[in-house]
Design a protein around this ligand. Sequence first.
Ligand SMILES: [Zn+2]
Length: 284
Amino acid sequence: MNRWTVGDVSIHRVEETQLPAEIGQWLLPNVDPQSISVNGHQTRTGGIASGTHSFAMTSQGRKIVVDTGIGNAKTRDNPAWDHLQTPYIERLTAAGFAPETVDLVLLTHLHADHVGWNTTWSDGEWVPTFSRATYVMSHAEREYWSTTDVEVARAVMIDDSVKPLEKRDMLSTPRIPPAGLDITSEVRLIPTPGHTPGHLSVLIHSEGQQAIISGDALHHSIQLEHPEINASVDINADQAASTRFKLLTWAAEEQILLLGSHFPAPSGGYVRAEGKKFHFDPRG
Ligand SMILES: [Zn+2]
């Protein structure tokens, strides 16, 4: 487990699983895995390394979890997601975030590998894992997925991981202004559209220090050296590339610790601009 300190806020990385190399290749089909070996970071022999994890923190007495991974025992088309079994809850609890103690669950977007642990199978139904939390997703994101014709697999995911929250009135879907929405005076939701229309990143700022959880605005550190490379699953490719470039420029200019939602451990680092490219300096 990695941990970073940003002013008064400690941010924990809580691992769910490492993903098979084929997932990295599927996400980033325009990346030659051989080219990553010269990147000097996050190389796993034979492919593009990636994983799923949450970031967990306490801000002003409120326990916050950002994104909830793939989840256990869910029926999914993607073989790497299907009927997963991991000790994620044990890890989260060991980090000090037992599910029943969590106040807020912030969801960067509505994809299967970010909302899975929203719910747990119990007594014949999917129930909220974080039993007393408010879950937060942008209004634009929820609206997009409720007004778009989705394939069966995605409808299954929404049924098992989002609707149980809505049934219990536990999902909040605020509209996010362009400048962002404060969740606490240290945690702000920032719109970073492109991967999905209502995609959010999470800025943590305290005592003059800053970190940003990038969600799927970035999938791998190779996209710092090549910010023009999109993921196969970016819904609006041009917007995703423009958002990524803006986010990296901002992180470089203001020395913001970048926390990648699919970057393998340590998953965090500082960004340095080098012309139109960026360099990643891992920390954690
Ligand atoms: Zn993802």
